[in-house]
Ligand binder design. Structure first.
Ligand code: E4P
Length: 217
């Protein structure tokens, strides 16, 4: 299972990268705005900064909603750095643009996916990643994890190679449940990754080991 961090915060990206278990980064316009990164040039520079910190794929989202605009923006994003994955919205022109980039050998991430039917279309268009937003489904009393299970079954039925990128992860149990269901990738905040470290018995056990070691010294 690949671990992506879902942020535009460079310190948090560095912290996750330093752990040695980070496989990539996802961003979106809201995450950029949260870090105060606004304006086309600043946003483009920030993507390069992120790519220079991590080794893996970095999803950069287009803001156009028409095919021509998505192609123009996506090509500019892909030219920025070889690690850039063009993130496209799950709308009709997004699917068309996904097929266009697939044919050109440019990686894509179909975002804002909330149904199995949308995920099927993403796979048909050759998306590298499909991003079902499980937290936002949970927010409206719908079972986000069930969507991961449905997509896994459909992709396995036909051998689709599109990777299921479980997005809108909110906490560690989302990560664990997505791993059980066979999601290929998870993307979440730093806390959903570092939270996996925590267990009180580990802390108690370590304290005892160190205390016992120190008895002889
Ligand atoms: C994924 O690529 C999105 O950036 C993200 O996971 C959205 O998460 P949220 O629902 O917590 O905003």
């Amino acid at each position: 299972m690949k671990f992506f961090i879902d942020t535009a915060n460079l310190d948090q990206i560095k912290e996750a990268q330093d752990l040695g278990i980070l496989d990539g980064v996802t961003t979106n316009p809201s995450l950029m705005a949260k870090e105060g990164i606004t304006g086309h040039d600043n946003i483009m520079k920030h993507y390069v900064n992120i790519c220079n910190i991590v080794d893996g794929d970095v999803s950069a989202e287009v803001i156009s909603t028409d095919f021509e605009g998505m192609v123009r923006e996506g090509e500019a994003l892909a030219d920025l750095h070889e690690q850039i994955v063009v993130k496209l919205p799950m709308i009709k022109d997004g699917i068309k643009a996904c097929k266009y980039f697939t044919d050109k050998g440019i990686k894509t991430n179909l975002t804002l996916v909330f149904s199995a039917g949308q995920a099927l279309l993403a796979a048909k268009a050759g998306a590298t990643y499909v991003s079902p937003f499980i937290g936002r489904l949970d927010d409206i009393s719908t079972d986000g994890l069930n969507l991961i299970a449905e997509i896994r079954m459909i992709y396995d039925n036909y051998g689709f190679e599109t990777e299921i990128l479980a997005a809108s992860i909110r906490h560690t149990m989302h990560v664990i449940d997505c791993a059980k269901l066979g999601a290929d990738v998870m993307t979440g905040p730093l806390s959903s990754i570092t939270g996996l470290l925590k267990h009180p018995l580990t802390d108690i056990g370590l304290e005892k080991f160190l205390a016992d070691y120190n008895k002889g010294n």
